[in-house]
Design a protein around this ligand. Sequence first.
Ligand code: CIR
Length: 266
Amino acid sequence: MSDILNNRKPAFTRAIVRKPAPNFAEGLTTQNLGTPSYDKALEQHEAYCAALRQCGLELIELPTDAAYPDSTFVEDTAILTPNCAILTRPGAPSRQGEVDSVRDVLIHYYSRLYAIQPPGTLDGGDICEAGRHFFIGISQRTNEAGALQLAEILAGEGYTSELIDIRHTPGILHLKSGIAYLGEKRVAVIQALADHPAFREYELLRLPPDEEYAANCVRVNEYVLMAAGYPHFQKMLDEAGYQLIVLEMSEYQKMDGGLSCLSLRF
Ligand code: CIR
């Protein structure tokens, strides 16, 4: 484990989260897994917040916002780097208003705050930070204009990036529905993306085909948060030496959400 921790970027110290609103089930989804239970979603959110605290993070809790049923998925509203923050312009029109309240928080923490401009659209779920390099997904939500704007902002801040087109990759909404950067040049990746040239120089942990939802795991300081119910992938992470926190995510999965989308870590 100490090898894993060496050469890490500075630890995360904070995360922004927002509890789901009572009309959470009215959000967008492509899943056919039934209607989420609000009580269960709240319980799972509470456990998620406790996990982030266990990782050493202080939580900034935004007020619940029923005007935006998807607003618990705060990750989609911003990209946070050690140098700067970039406010997104979510690809789903029903979600674009979510950014304002996140901006109001971020201005207190970042002196360099950028924003994706029309006609660009970009969801945070499409952006995967891998040290000083970023994978930028082009998806049904993030268009080329948004991706290129982000690449240019990142380049100006001294980061490199690479575009990955997932528009024809079945079963994933965002790039991070299919990959996670675990640190030390190691990427968890679904089969459909494993041969992408972007990952040529990375060590890959390939998701078992019936466990692909678990690809959306999150490295937070010395822990990896992963979804419950994926024993083979859990064993892979365990054997790789990660300290795991396993979380029930069923109600968020019903709404196309994964672990990473429930927080903005910085
Ligand atoms: C949406 O469709 O926008 C939400 N129901 C789910 C967003 C999940 N976000 C993410 O994976 N980063």
